[in-house]
Design a protein around this ligand. Structure first.
Ligand SMILES: [Zn+2]
Ligand SMILES: [Zn+2]
Ligand SMILES: [Zn+2]
Length: 129
């Protein structure tokens, strides 16, 4: 049986590499820039606090379970029903605008440059983070 997954409500803020200004992979701690290889220290105490104190509903018995850690994903055990489940990372999306038709698109940001096809007008355009 696959453990049920619950998505976390909090995510670390998106930060830029101190060296090249590109977007860093999301996370906290020592994060390596995928664009230039620089090691950047990302710390954000409000996020750490929010993640540690986050309570989620056990998918088995619906009782509130406290995460108790800022690690995501993390496997949690419900004390009430002893069921286990995975508390996964929040998937962050950003809104961008198509330069041709100005449609708003929600995409998952990834470091670097890539080409997207606008689903509304089918025109390709480049985005970089
Ligand atoms: Zn960099
Ligand atoms: Zn439970
Ligand atoms: Zn478009």
């Amino acid at each position: 049986m696959v453990e049920p997954q619950v998505e976390s409500k909090f995510a670390p803020p998106l930060v830029n590499c101190v060296q090249c200004g590109g977007m860093l992979p999301q996370g906290l701690g020592e994060i390596e820039c995928v664009l230039c290889g620089a090691l950047c220290r990302v710390s954000h105490q409000p996020t750490v606090d929010a993640l540690t104190k986050e309570t989620v509903q056990c998918p088995h018995c619906m009782i509130a379970v406290e995460a108790g850690t800022d690690q995501r994903p993390v496997s949690l055990n419900c004390e009430a029903c002893s069921g286990s489940f995975t508390l996964s990372r929040k998937l962050v999306k950003v809104e961008i605008q198509c330069p041709s038709c100005e449609a708003n698109l929600r995409i998952r940001p990834r470091p670097g440059k890539r080409e997207l096809n606008c689903p509304a007008c089918n025109n390709p355009f480049n985005v970089s983070f």
